[in-house]
Design a binder for this molecule. Structure first.
Ligand code: NAP
Length: 294
C-alpha cells in the first residue's frame, strides 16, 4: 500500500478561495477584516511564520499589521498595546506569536486579548469552551486545520481510535478535545509515555506533534492508518522535516501529510477563517445594535 499524500497547500487554497468570497461580501458592506500580529524578539522561525501569515492575509483581502517589540521587553508595554488593539475597530483578530522570550508569561499576555478577538483560540474562555464542548468562539488554528484536512479527505472520525502524540496546550490537548467532540476514542501520549508504539500501533488516525524528527517509524503505524504529521523540525543540513519517517510510513499508511506542505498551510488558513468569522460576527452585532428610530 502507498498512502495518499494529503496536499495541504491544495486544500488550503480551496478553503481560502471559499473564505475569500465571504471577505468580498464584507468588503462590499464596508468592512475589511483586520488582523494584528504581535511579535516579541528575533526568533527566526517566528519571523518566517509571521511573514507567512501577513502574506496570506494580503492574498485573501484582509488588512494586517505587525507590532514588533524588542526581545527584552517587559509585559506592560505589550499588554498596553493589546488593550489598544482590543479597542481598535479596524482590528478583528489579535495574535501573539509564540514562543515568547523567557521573561514573559504566555498566559498573562494571551489573557489580555479580548475574547472576541482571540483568533488563535488560546484564551482560557476558548479553551474552556473546548473542554465542555460548547461556546467555542475560535477553534485553535492548528488542530482546526488538522480537522479540516481529515474532513476534506472524508476520513471518518466518529468511533475511530485516534492517538495524539504531544500534549501541548496549543496543539496536542486541543486536538484531542476536538476529536473527542467528534466521537473518536482518543489517547494522548507525551514524553513520559511508556512504550509509545503500543499506543500508536492501535491508531486509525495518528496525529503527531512532538517536535522530534523520525519519532514515528513504520513498525509503529497500523496498516491503513491516516497519519497527520504536525511536527516541524529543522535538520542539521537545513531541510525541514516532520516527526514521522515519511518515506517508510507512506508505504504502510492509507493517508499521510508531508512536511512541509501538509498541516502548516492549514494553520495559516484557519487563522484567516477565524479572523473573517470575527469580522462577520462584529458586523452583524453592529447591525443589530443600530437603534430603530421613529
Ligand atoms: P511543545 O510545546 O514542545 O510540545 C511537544 C509535546 O510533545 C509535549 O507534550 C511533549 O511531552 C511531547 N513530546 C516531546 N517529545 C516526545 C517524545 N519523544 N515522545 C512522546 N511525546 C513527546 O510543542 P508544540 O508547540 O505542541 O509543537 C509540536 C511540534 O509541532 C513542533 O515541531 C512545532 O514546530 C510543530 N507545530 C507545527 C505547526 C504547524 O502549523 N504545522 C503548528 C504548531 C506547532 P511533554 O508534555 O511530556 O513534555
Amino acid at each position: 500500500m502507498t498512502a495518499k499524500i494529503i496536499d495541504g497547500n491544495a486544500v488550503a487554497r480551496q478553503v481560502r478561495g471559499e473564505w475569500k468570497k465571504r471577505v468580498d461580501v464584507l468588503r462590499a458592506r464596508g468592512v475589511i477584516p483586520g488582523l494584528a500580529v504581535i511579535i516579541i524578539g528575533n526568533n527566526p522561525a517566528s519571523r518566517i511564520y509571521v511573514r507567512n501569515k501577513v502574506k496570506a492575509c494580503g492574498e485573501v483581502g484582509l488588512h494586517s499589521e505587525t507590532h514588533e517589540f524588542a526581545a527584552d521587553t517587559g509585559a506592560q508595554p505589550v499588554i498596553a498595546r493589546i488593550e489598544e488593539l482590543n479597542r481598535d475597530p479596524r482590528i478583528h483578530g489579535i495574535l501573539v506569536q509564540l514562543p515568547l522570550p523567557p521573561q514573559l508569561e504566555s498566559r498573562q499576555l494571551l489573557g489580555a486579548i479580548s475574547i472576541d478577538k482571540d483568533v488563535d483560540g488560546f484564551h482560557l474562555y476558548n479553551v474552556g469552551g473546548l473542554v465542555v464542548g460548547e461556546n467555542i468562539i475560535f477553534p485553535p488554528c492548528t488542530p482546526y486545520g488538522v480537522q479540516c484536512l481529515l474532513e476534506y479527505e472524508n476520513i471518518q472520525i466518529e468511533g475511530q481510535n485516534v492517538v495524539v502524540v504531544g500534549a501541548s496546550n496549543i496543539v496536542g490537548k486541543p486536538m484531542a478535545l476536538m476529536l473527542m467532540a467528534k466521537d473518536a476514542t482518543v489517547s494522548i501520549c507525551h514524553i513520559k509515555t511508556r512504550d509509545l508504539a503500543q499506543y500508536t500501533i492501535l491508531a486509525d488516525i495518528l496525529i503527531v506533534a512532538a517536535g522530534c524528527p523520525n519519532l514515528i517509524t513504520a513498525p509503529m503505524v497500523k496498516r491503513g492508518a491516516a497519519v497527520i504529521d504536525v511536527g516541524i523540525n529543522r535538520l542539521p543540513d537545513g531541510r525541514l522535516a516532520g516527526d514521522v519517517d515519511f518515506e517508510r510510513v507512506k508505504e504502510k499508511a492509507a493517508f499521510i501529510t508531508p512536511v512541509p506542505g501538509g498541516v502548516g498551510p492549514m494553520t495559516v488558513t484557519m487563522l484567516i477563517c477565524n479572523t473573517v468569522a470575527a469580522a462577520e460576527r462584529n458586523a452583524n452585532k453592529c447591525n443589530e445594535a443600530v437603534p430603530v428610530t421613529a
